[in-house]
Ligand binder design. Structure first.
Ligand SMILES: [Fe+2]
Length: 245
């Protein structure tokens, strides 16, 4: 199974201007997304996952139009796409009024994907919380190992691991310890995919759970990923749309 992975697009087209953070090249993202999707189609990935922050500022006029334009671009790729909202996107119910809502559980070959597009992110609050209902569902799904599932991918916008240290913006879930405790109890082989931290975190195995955070597509060198799931293991291949500086 091959999974295409992109995150943190911060797209602006109908929305005026660009991000106050200069390295986010919001107005180029339409072109960058099309190029990455074309490459992933050439690679014949089984699914494309986008882990949120699809648009740059949900509060601006034109943001819903930009969400719709992105949905069209994903659809035009012809690839099955799992698209999640992030903290820069409209709230999940509004977002999924425009973008097709992925199923909670998706089966691809010997892999299972579990999506968390409904984590609660309140305006003005930095850290996101996974709801008690979503935690209970996780516990329920992950407490058994289906015999024909080699790898289970959990997909969300926010970071589960590593923990934030020192000053600065905290990208982890407010209840990351609770989430991790459920993961660490599971008999499954788990791969936890996130975005949100634009510098990303390399694949790391911690207490038998694999964690990977992708770098932002909107920032140089405009990275996207192919994740190769082979024999119960995952390998991350990073590709760039521009030469690194
Ligand atoms: Fe972001």
């Amino acid at each position: 199974m091959k999974l295409g992975f992109i995150t943190d697009l911060h797209f602006r087209q109908a929305v005026a201007g660009t991000s106050p953070i200069g390295r986010r090249e919001c107005r180029r993202v339409g072109e960058l997304l099309d190029r990455s999707l074309a490459e992933l189609a050439r690679e014949a990935v089984d699914v494309v996952v986008c882990a949120g922050d699809c648009v740059d500022d949900a509060a601006q006029p034109g943001a819903l139009e930009d969400v719709a334009r992105l949905a069209d671009r994903f659809a035009a790729s012809g690839l099955p796409c799992v698209v999640l909202p992030g903290n820069h996107d409209p709230a999940p119910d509004v977002f999924y009024g425009i973008v097709p809502r992925p199923p909670r559980v998706l089966r691809l070959g010997d892999c299972e994907l579990i999506t968390f597009g409904d984590d609660l992110c309140l305006p003005g609050v930095q850290r996101c919380v996974r709801s008690p209902e979503a935690l209970a569902l996780m516990e329920d799904l992950l407490s058994t190992q289906p015999p024909d599932v080699a790898l289970t991918f959990l997909i969300q916008h926010f970071v589960v691991y590593p923990e934030h240290v020192g000053p600065g913006y905290d990208h982890t879930y407010a209840n990351h310890a609770q989430i991790r405790a459920i993961l660490e109890r599971s008999p499954r082989r788990l791969v936890v995919l996130s975005g949100h931290q634009h510098r990303g975190y390399q694949l790391e195995i911690h207490k038998n759970v694999a964690y990977f955070t992708g770098r932002a597509l909107c920032e140089r060198p405009f990275p996207y990923y192919v994740l190769h799931a082979e024999g119960g293991r995952v390998r991350v291949e990073e590709r760039w749309l521009a030469a690194p500086e």
